[in-house]
Design a protein. Structure first.
Length: 327
């Protein structure tokens, strides 16, 4: 396992590359990211790639670039070792404590906060390999498994132990067997806690996940709506409405909610303080300031300007949005 130490003035972009080992994203950092004291160890076990991360604080926003569609689909299993962390994806927010697990879809926009004193294990898993054990893994993203729940502790312990064994060196002949054992254990942990999601039709669940992914990737498009999503998925708008109705939210409401949540996040973030409220709203697909203001007030109970004033934080980080949909 290769060690990468970012304590000796390594530029933030290089630290990011070492952290994520991904070239299919465009990442934006909190203003004080360059002050990170970051140490990373990376390694491989068959198709799985490990990264042990120790950090003194970071906030990473990942936005897909135009080349993302050409990259191999993959997921990241996050094992919180010490401290806390927050993963936000698909409008859901996972607050992580030691021993917790959570899945992240590398092909969708997401945000990951790693406060000072935190350490974690990242396991990058090719989508094809994960889906052979866990059908439609998209539906589990940003839904944390608590350390005290079911098979979570077993999966976390196995991941950590295998990572350590890989660091010390394992015969190649064992890689496939051990990586398969880890994926089966992780799948069992998620199935034990979130079995109700697997019980639904895998076809419908998969299309719902693909619809959400398309929406997340195109939230800033003013023309995004039910018909645009239906065309992208090659299904009828009526069928798409049925899929979202099963989740208790119509597709237009979902798109509006996600846009409001993203504008609220940026209004609360000091990095966006130089942008006007209208600039932020229009960047997320709104094309009418009065409509945005009314929608924001209806959802958050206050106008955007007041929300921005209340959420301002002096330490350079915005607090996680407590009004957003939580897991």
């Amino acid at each position: 396992m290769e060690a990468v130490n970012a304590r000796q003035g390594l530029p933030g972009r290089m630290r990011l590359a070492a952290y994520s080992d991904q070239s299919d994203h465009n990442e934006h950092f909190a203003a004080d990211f360059r002050r990170l004291d970051l140490q990373i160890q990376t390694g491989r076990l068959g198709v799985l790639h490990f990264a042990q991360v120790a950090s003194r604080g970071s906030a990473v926003d990942r936005v897909l670039t135009g080349d993302a569609a050409d990259c191999t689909p993959a997921y990241t299993l996050i094992v919180q070792i010490a401290g806390q962390g927050t993963l936000s994806q698909f409008g859901q927010q996972a607050e992580l404590k030691p021993g917790d697990l959570v899945l992240c879809d590398n092909g969708a926009p997401h945000r990951h906060r790693i406060p000072a004193g935190s350490s974690l294990l990242l396991v990058r898993i090719p989508a094809k390999a994960l889906r052979s054990h866990l059908p439609s893994p998209e539906q589990f993203c940003a839904r944390p498994l608590a350390a005290s729940g079911g098979m979570t502790a077993v999966a976390a312990s196995l991941a950590s132990n295998l990572c350590g064994q890989a660091q010390r060196g394992l015969p190649e002949t064992l890689h496939e067997c051990l990586s398969r054992q880890l994926l089966e254990t992780v799948a069992l942990a998620f199935t034990h806690v979130f079995g109700q999601y697997i019980a639904a039709s895998s076809v419908i669940g998969g299309r719902y996940a693909r619809a959400r992914l398309f929406i997340e990737q195109n939230l800033s498009d003013p023309d995004l709506g039910p018909h645009a999503v239906a065309r992208a998925l090659n299904v009828s708008a009526r069928y798409l409405r049925m899929i979202f109705a099963r989740e208790g939210e119509c597709i237009s409401s979902y798109v509006l909610r996600r846009r409001l949540e993203e504008t609220a996040r940026q209004l609360a973030d000091p990095r966006w303080r130089g942008r006007s409220i209208c600039e932020i709203a229009f960047a997320w697909g709104f094309n009418s300031a009065p409509h945005y203001s009314r929608s924001f007030r209806d959802y958050y109970g206050m106008p955007p300007r007041e929300y921005r004033a209340r959420q301002a934080m002096p330490n350079g980080y915005a607090q996680p949005d407590t009004l957003a949909t939580a897991v």
